[in-house]
Design a binder for this molecule. Structure first.
Ligand code: PLP
Length: 415
């Protein structure tokens, strides 16, 4: 098919050309005396993305799923109790992993389209006087339903109950796109992956651990080997990895982090909010359709899940969009399969790219019989973008902006 594929699944996202070029490297000795420059550069910049001074980022050759496992197995012991909530396929899969690894879990079932039930968490934690709950799980951005949860409020609930459990957050589809504050929110383990806001191919599972989480590792009796953070951190301290790292991904990560620092985190969050508002204008004002997210407070700035009208199969929209218009949209998963389709709006995107996804979705929806006005979504998004600016919520302090020339720069530096 002529022209390029429009990749609008909520991960993997577009890999910017700069990052693609940075990954085209000859293999080299990962035990050379030069290699630590690369390791140290990416670990230092990752801390800025997690907004942490105290935390320790760990990079596994893995994906977000491996990151979930690493967070759990490095801190808990067999039979430990975990508090979690299920409101979409990814929060569900993390819970499933908890049980498969031999931990116990108290699950708060929520409607799909809602987020972490903070009040319910507060109630449960207040009742747990013996502190049987060892970890509280929260999915920051539920990619399956396009729902963002309030992690600061979860921390507040834990503090109010004076509960010592570890706070573990999945920000696989949030980090690097929407605000995340590891230290300020008292997060103990945050899980991310390379293929979303970090604008890379899949292949890295990244977990940031608080000092308290690393302390829990000392007493954790859970067997682990590949995902042992002790091995990883000891090796990283000398600038190396305990096993062969993926060089292209590490070089790509360094370039992606440089790009994120150049744009500035607060500007990135503002851009995602602005693009997401345009997409939501297309969905609700233009097409007259509903989001899966039940309330504006849950709206995700990285992915919108669009409910298709009764009698229409969302999978049909996705297939027509792909086959006819070379547009890749996200599917409805599990409980919401067929009921919705998703537009991922995260990573390296601007208005015109997103307009392509809106226009293509619009054509595919009309092709399968959804009654919408041609051009209505495109017009609504244009109206929003033409009358609004990208405004960072917080003015970016000069000291937070790191320019390319100040950072470790091109690939050459680390060779
Ligand atoms: N958590 C969330 C919120 C996700 O969106 C995903 C994947 O899309 C995962 C976890 C699993 O990550 P991976 O597919 O990288 O293993």
């Amino acid at each position: 098919m002529a022209g390029r594929n429009f990749l609008f699944v909520p991960g993997p996202t577009n890999v910017p050309e700069r990052v693609q070029r940075a990954m085209v490297v000859s293999m080299e000795d990962h035990r050379s005396s030069k290699f630590p420059d690369l390791t140290r550069a990416v670990l230092a910049d990752l801390k800025k993305i997690f907004k942490t001074e105290a935390g320790t980022p760990v990079i596994f050759p893995s994906t977000g799923t491996g990151g979930w496992e690493a967070a759990l197995t490095n801190t808990l012991s067999p039979g430990d109790l975990v508090l979690a909530s299920r409101f979409g396929q990814f929060s569900h899969l993390w819970i499933d992993m908890v049980t498969r690894l031999g931990f116990q879990v108290e699950v708060v079932e929520c409607e799909w389209g809602e987020g972490v039930p903070v009040e319910k968490y507060a109630e449960i934690l207040a009742k747990d006087k013996e502190h049987k709950i060892k970890a509280v799980l929260a999915t920051h951005n539920e990619t399956a339903t396009g729902v963002t949860s309030d992690i600061a409020a979860v921390r507040k609930a834990m503090d109010t109950a004076k509960h010592p459990a570890l706070l573990m957050v999945d920000s696989v589809s949030g980090l690097g796109c929407i605000d995340f504050r590891m230290d300020e929110w008292g997060v103990d383990a945050c899980v991310a992956g390379s293929q979303k806001g970090l604008m890379l191919p899949a292949g890295l599972g990244i977990v940031c651990m608080s000092p308290k989480a690393l302390e829990a590792r000392e007493t954790s009796k859970q067997p682990r080997c590949f995902f042992d953070m002790g091995d990883m951190i000891r090796s990283n301290e000398t600038g190396y990895f305990p096993y062969t790292p993926s060089l292209p991904l590490l070089y790509g990560l360094r370039e992606a982090l440089t790009m994120l620092m150049e744009e500035g985190l607060e500007n990135i969050f503002a851009r995602h909010a602005y693009l997401a508002n345009g997409v939501r204008a297309a969905i609700t004002e233009g097409w007259g359709l509903k989001l899966c997210a039940k309330d504006p407070k849950w709206y995700s700035d990285t992915v919108s899940a669009i409910m298709v009208p009764e009698g229409i199969n969302g999978a049909h929209v996705i297939d027509v969009a792909f086959r006819r218009y070379n547009l890749s949209l996200g599917a409805g998963l599990s409980k919401v399969a067929g009921k919705l389709f998703r537009i991922g709006h995260m990573g390296d995107l601007n208005e015109l790219m997103v307009l392509g996804a809106i226009a293509g979705s619009e054509m595919a929806m009309m092709d399968v019989g959804i009654k919408i006005e041609p051009g209505s979504g495109v017009a609504a998004a244009q109206r929003y973008w033409r009358s609004n600016d990208m405004i960072p919520k917080r003015k970016v302090a000069r000291s937070e902006v790191v320019y390319a020339s100040q950072s470790t720069g091109s690939n050459e530096g680390a060779r």
